[in-house]
Design a binder for this molecule. Structure first.
Ligand code: DHB
Ligand code: FE
Length: 282
């Protein structure tokens, strides 16, 4: 059977992608941020997963205001980096795993978790920036080292799903992966967060004590995190803090008991508190 071997969470700040594309990682503002992923890149190079399932939120790049699937699964062979206003990022085309993705869709839907099958879409910074942070600064004529299955969750059109539902989605995802007869080793990403607010009178809002509790409880008490309401996310983590439900979806796909292998937290990164954690089943 295929196995989920680890989980990774990280913020997906688009300016990180711009700095990589412009070769500005060593500038004083950015060097400590990129430095926080040096261990992670070595860890990932050793892990050598066959597949990365990337749970992220699309930012009106693949989907526009005409349609917002709550949970969507990429079942395509390949995905181009989205044009988010400055042309497509010069990173490798994302190669899918259509057979495994179609199996996951069938298993999850028959398991009564009704996600939307997506056969064509572009992938935005929510997916490409975390791939860079964990796999490195790869250019368009290179290849990402593993296949990728995108799993976007809606958090930009009200109402987004609850964190509890996202955690349950991760559990269903795990059952689907483990019922696949191949031997693939799968790493699951949850991208977004942490506290940040991009607009309005509280723009730039960051809540480090709240973020720290979230980071701690991702390992220690994820069920407590599933009880965080939408109102609490907005109040305590800012209007875009809701992206943290991606982290709960990732966490649901792991064992109840996990080991925190690595943590990095840095303020500020653009308008966000950047958070990053690597978890392995204990
Ligand atoms: C920023 C962060 C995000 O998560 C995002 O999707 C867009 C912008 C920011 O801090 O600039
Ligand atoms: Fe975002």
């Amino acid at each position: 059977m295929a196995r989920i071997v680890a989980g990774v969470t990280t913020s997906h700040v688009p300016a990180i992608g711009a700095m990589i594309d412009q070769g500005r990682q060593q500038e004083p503002y950015w060097a400590p941020i990129f430095g926080g992923f040096e261990f992670s890149k070595r860890w990932m190079a050793e892990l050598k997963p066959d597949v990365a399932i990337v749970i992220y939120n699309d930012h009106a790049s693949a989907f526009d205001a005409s349609i917002f699937p709550t949970f969507a699964l990429g079942c395509a062979d390949r995905y181009l980096p989205a044009d988010e206003g400055w042309g497509r990022r010069p990173v490798p085309t994302v190669m899918g795993h259509a057979d495994l993705a179609c199996h996951i869709a069938q298993h999850m839907i028959l398991d009564e978790f009704d996600l939307t099958v997506v056969n064509r879409m572009d992938v935005d910074h929510g997916l490409t920036v975390p791939l860079n942070l964990l796999f490195g600064d790869l250019k368009a004529d290179q290849a990402w080292p593993c296949q990728v299955i995108p799993l976007p969750i809606n958090v930009i059109q009200y109402p987004p799903p609850t964190g509890k539902r996202c955690y349950a989605m991760g559990q269903a995802l795990r059952r689907a992966v483990e019922s696949w007869p191949g031997n693939e080793r799968v790493v699951v990403f949850g991208t977004g967060g942490m506290s940040h607010q991009l607009q309005g009178t509280r723009a730039g809002f960051i809540n480090t004590p709240w973020d720290t509790r979230f980071l701690d409880n991702l390992t220690l008490d994820p069920l407590a995190l599933t009880r965080i309401t939408h109102a609490e996310y907005v109040r305590e983590a800012g209007s875009e803090g809701i992206e943290l439900v991606m982290w709960l979806a990732m966490r649901g796909a792991l064992d109840e008991r996990v080991r925190e292998v690595y943590r990095f937290y840095h303020v500020p990164c653009s308008n966000t508190a950047l958070g990053h954690i690597i978890l392995e089943n204990d």
